[in-house]
Design a protein around this ligand. Structure first.
Ligand SMILES: [Cu+2]
Length: 131
């Protein structure tokens, strides 16, 4: 009887120590000292089209294009085929199935885009509004 009590006490102590160990590893990192951090918004390209046709972000934020389709896509700024509205906003070479491409928007504006691989396919046309 006394042995069982001791064993229980030892187990309880072990749980408390392990529990304390776990919680200390989950301490959140201190907030960064500099201003607001850029946000990344994901737009997924599915066989059905874009999961978001319009996103609104701030200057300096990023958009991650994720190709979850079975064929290649190449998001690029309008107009097709020159992409002159925002020449840098152009996933030149395109995204194979499973690929991602992240672009940082440095210019405020309303940036329409299309899939350069299928420019007339409306389900892959969208707009990024940068404020
Ligand atoms: Cu194009």
């Amino acid at each position: 009887m006394k042995y069982k009590t001791l064993k229980l006490a030892a187990l309880t102590a072990a749980f408390i120590i392990l529990g304390a160990g776990c919680s200390s590893t989950q301490t959140p990192a201190p907030p960064a000292a500099t201003g607001p951090q850029p946000t990344t918004v994901a737009i997924t390209l599915n066989p059905q089209g874009l999961d978001k046709k319009e996103v609104t972000i701030k200057v300096g934020d990023l958009v991650e294009f994720r190709n979850s389709d079975l064929k290649a896509h190449s998001p690029a700024s309008d107009p097709h085929p020159s992409h002159t509205a925002y020449p840098e906003f152009d996933a030149k070479g395109g995204l194979k199935p499973g690929d991602t491409w992240t672009f940082k928007f440095e210019k405020a504006g309303t940036w329409k885009f299309h899939d350069h691989a299928a420019a007339k396919d409306k389900k892959f046309q969208g707009v990024v509004i940068v404020k």
